[in-house]
Design a protein around this ligand. Structure first.
Ligand SMILES: [Zn+2]
Length: 510
């Protein structure tokens, strides 16, 4: 009889500095979605974790029993209702599968790793506990993890093996999903006996210091982890950068080693990777460029060049407001030409433009409305060039084969043709794909300046077309200046909030 594996999960990255909770309806709009049953299996071949999970299950002849998989654009804490609704569906789906002939042999969980709930600082721990209560202590549970996971003790206690992404931008989501499935199948077949060890390093780091398209400090440790995985009894070696914009006790850099029944090696290697990160702690600092300097450099560039100005402090993929105005204000002040901004979330402005209609000239106050952390509203006058319902196909690599949407989208042309193109949207976006411009009639390779509200995921698609990427210094709740954030719940001491303390890694076996 074929191996039977139940699967499902909840995936969201929580920025606790975002005041607006992520509700059940937020899981069902724009690029967010709740897939149920066969819809999960239809993710086969996409650039998502399930692209790999489903593909690998098929390849290995495993019967996959899908329950519910909810994923939401990063944002505020997940509401109690949203969590309980999806958690119950997953648990009930697993319970039903256990009662069918053949039962189940394991659970493959689709999670992110940095979810926090309205009623709990941890999201994945409680989900794992709820599942563990149904399946009992023996049945193996395996999950892939996002590189930005804030690892909790509860997660480690309830899961048999984790394997994390090794790339940021996360171009290896499908590959990691497939790897998790392989580990689960090998465990079920008795070919391996996963032994995990982990270390939480008292270090929080800005996202940009985790990027793997350059030799960032995190990449140096990840490279060593990849080397470790070449050894026969190392099942998975993972270095997690953590998600620094979650003010919860679990937010740190962490390491997880899974060996095949070799506790000494699991412990030693988890400690070695943790020591590497700790030794490099000072290198994790990121110093962004003042906006006027970035714009001046781009405007002085060679004809035909394209400069990406990354608004890393208002990154849609980090759960920020998405309506930060600092970059737009800078472009207006510099009278920039050939500049295209993706994008500012402002439903009110979108509605005003739609009411005025294509071709109309409008004067609006845009952005800076969601909270007090992303700059003041800015006055603009421009021509409504395009009104679009907002959805489009992702070109990839990330998210290839899926559709993205920021709700209704307007392109406003400011200072005439060749001036500033401003995209106004209903919903927060995550511009990590060239189609965030092309879908709206803008050819990114033909613009001098592209403003992207993105921490790092944009790099997969935009580094190849960019003359230069400049990370700009704007206000926002995904700022790399971590010491400026008002943390209250982190475990202390933690670098760089405290700098004068010692740390010696001691791995915990689970
Ligand atoms: Zn991530």
């Amino acid at each position: 009889m074929a191996i039977r594996i139940a699967t499902g999960g909840i995936s969201q990255e929580t920025n606790t500095f975002q005041w607006e909770p992520t509700s059940l309806s937020d899981f069902q709009k724009g690029s967010s979605k709740i897939d149920r049953g066969e819809e999960i299996l239809a993710l086969d071949g996409t650039g998502t974790i399930y692209g790999g999970i489903v593909g690998e299950a098929k390849k290995q002849g495993v019967e996959l029993i899908p329950t519910t998989f909810g994923r939401a654009v990063p944002g505020g804490r997940v509401s109690k209702e949203a969590f309980e609704t999806m958690c119950d569906e997953i648990v009930e789906g697993i319970r039903a599968a256990m009662q069918e002939p053949g039962g189940i042999d394991g659970v493959l969980l689709g999670i992110h790793g940095a979810m926090a709930l309205e009623h709990n600082d941890d999201g994945e721990g409680p989900l794992l506990t709820a599942i563990r209560e149904v399946v009992g202590p023996e049945l193996p549970i395996v999950a892939p993890l996002d590189l930005h996971t804030n690892l909790s003790e509860e997660m480690m206690e309830e899961c048999d093996a984790f394997v994390g992404y090794k790339h940021y931008p996360h171009i290896d989501t499908a590959e990691t999903g497939a790897r998790a499935m392989q580990i689960l199948i090998d465990t079920i077949n008795g070919e391996i006996k996963p032994q995990m060890a982990y270390v939480k390093v008292p270090l929080i780091a800005p996202n940009q210091s985790m990027v793997t398209t350059w030799q960032s400090p995190l990449k140096k440790a990840i490279d060593r982890a990849v080397e470790m995985e070449q050894e026969d009894d190392v099942v998975a070696a993972t270095v997690l950068g953590g998600f620094p914009f979650s003010d919860v006790p679990y937010t740190t850099v962490s390491t997880i080693l899974v060996t095949n029944d070799n506790p000494e090696k699991a412990k030693a290697y988890a400690e070695e990777l943790a020591q590497m990160c700790w030794d490099l702690r000072a290198d994790f600092e990121i110093i962004p460029t003042p906006i006027p300097d970035a714009i001046a450099e781009a405007m002085a560039g060679e004809p035909g060049s394209t400069y990406v100005l990354a608004d890393i402090s208002d990154s849609g993929a980090s759960g920020t407001a998405g309506d930060g105005t600092a970059a737009l204000k800078g472009l207006l002040e510099a009278d920039a030409r050939s500049a295209s901004v993706a994008q500012i979330m402002d439903r009110e402005a979108v509605e005003a433009c739609i009411e005025a209609g294509v071709g109309a000239t409008v004067t609006l106050t845009v952005g800076g409305k969601h909270d007090d952390f992303h700059g003041d509203p800015v006055d603009v006058t421009g021509m409504v060039r395009l009104i679009h319902e907002g959805s489009f196909e992702m070109g990839g690599v990330m998210g290839a084969g899926t559709r993205s949407s920021r709700g209704r989208t307007v392109v406003l042309e400011i200072n005439g043709p060749g001036g500033i193109e401003l995209q106004l949207t209903d919903l927060r976006g995550h511009p990590n794909d060239l189609n965030f411009f092309r879908a709206f009639g803008i050819e990114p390779t033909e613009r001098r300046i592209l403003v992207l509200k993105s921490a790092a995921h944009f790099r997969a698609a935009f580094e190849p077309i960019a003359t230069k990427v400049i990370e700009i210094d704007a206000p926002g709740i995904s700022t790399p200046k971590l010491t400026s954030l008002d943390y209250k719940n982190l475990r202390r001491p933690v670098y760089p909030l405290e700098t004068d303390f010692d740390f010696t890694p001691e791995a915990i076996l689970t």
